[in-house]
Design a protein around this ligand. Sequence first.
Ligand SMILES: [Zn+2]
Length: 322
Amino acid sequence: MPVLYPVLLLALLMPACSREQPQGDAKAQTTPDRNTMAAIPDFSGARAFDLLLKQTSFGPRNPESQGHDACLQFLLGALRASADEVRTQEFTHIGYRDARIRLTNIIASFKPAAASRILLCAHWDTRPRAERDEDPSRRETPILGANDGASGVAVLLEIAALFKKTPPPVGVDIVLFDGEDYGREGDVDRYLLGSRYFAKVKAIDYQPRFGVLLDMIGDANLEIPKEKKSVAYAPDVVDIVWSMAAQLGVTQFSNDIGDEILDDHVPLNEAGIKTIDLIDFNYPDESHRYWHTHSDTPDHCSGESLEAVGKVLTHVVYRTLP
Ligand SMILES: [Zn+2]
């Protein structure tokens, strides 16, 4: 989309280049039957929204901030209470003005021994600045990131709690990436720090069937198009998720093809993990945006939106055959 070209940063248009599609068996669906459906737990948008509020209660969660430290402890506690196994990946990045930035990815695994696995992911850090804010004097202060950060994590924490009570039929790894939003506009190399690190160090034999990335899915006015790179990399995964949404009557998933977004799914796909990005960049709509401003606050998000995404994702996981 030409209009997006000059404005995006998280959403930089990627250079057109042909890459081989990652290999992987995303064909994982069973036809829903009554028994399977009965076993699928209810995803609660209200509980997920509380988990969003919990994160924003720590304030901005940009690397090296107090909120980042506090939120990390909260996330570790919540996932240790739900998952079979929780690991961290700690790494450093030399940031602006030679600052040494400490970053942590969190990996929570369910059924860690299962060979057949699904990857669910989101970034948990928030942006250290607000260069899109209308007030120039506040552009260098960190944002709260209710949608850009907390929303995807909230959905995954609620799903983790469901997995604890009702173990999923396949192995699941919930990965929370750090440092997605660190880079300044246009400084592409300083984005996606956590997912790049994860892709770089991943074991050769770690090959989930597919991955789903959640980013900015809490917008109260939620409409998720099919992100263009996801369609190119993993059309079968897009089909699985969108047909589930249609079956469930979840109308927040649009059949429109969205813009190309540079997000954490790109390093994963480049490392051979077929991953799609669920993202609604038009927050709240095409004409004005809270993205990377101090208006990215909980009152512009909703539990209903979190529930729409969480419900679809829950059904995708529980209807996947081992
Ligand atoms: Zn962002």
